[in-house]
Design a protein. Structure first.
Length: 169
């Protein structure tokens, strides 16, 4: 079954649900991003009413969030190691460790379930802001003020909208 975006002209949820059952043989299919996820009907045979997100969908969100955290540690940690090596004169080993960590960050980003590079990097920007403040608090004993915290909350709201909005529903 092709994954035609529901925003396309002529989208009819009832017809799409019927076609999904016909083509996949599944009892019920909800089109969501990033994949087509089978769930149980909510009532009657072949009902197309929307149900809570499936366990699989929730696990995709958890995986995505864990990958964002791992990417933040790799990128922020790598940048911090380079900073320490150059600005604090700790040497080339610190710089080399930072370069390796930054390279790992690039690979971690490719493991996100969404295939849209721009969306992943845009959402990661919010994670980076929050992660940088947290890193500063833990490692450098930085004390954020209320504006730092307010900005971080706004960034996290942006991440939630960009990554987890129900585009296909």
């Amino acid at each position: 079954m092709s994954q035609t975006p529901p925003q396309a002209e002529g989208y009819d949820p009832a017809r799409t649900c019927m076609a999904a059952r016909r083509h996949t043989g599944a009892a019920h299919v909800i089109l969501v991003r990033p994949a087509v996820i089978p769930v149980r009907p909510t009532s009657g045979p072949g009902s197309c009413r929307r149900k809570e997100p499936s366990y699989r969908w929730r696990m995709l969100i958890v995986r995505s969030l864990l990958l964002f955290v791992l990417a933040a540690v790799a990128e922020i940690g790598g940048a911090w190691l380079i900073w320490q090596g150059v600005r604090e004169h700790r040497g080339l080993l610190w710089v080399g460790g930072g370069v390796i960590a930054l390279g790992l960050y690039g690979f971690v980003a490719t493991l996100q379930p969404d295939a849209q590079f721009g969306r992943i990097l845009a959402a990661y920007g919010g994670i980076f802001v929050v992660g940088s403040l947290a890193w500063g608090m833990v490692v450098d004993k930085f004390k954020p003020d209320r504006y730092d915290i307010a900005g971080a909350v706004i960034c996290l709201l942006g991440v939630a909208v960009i990554m987890y909005a129900p585009r296909g529903a």
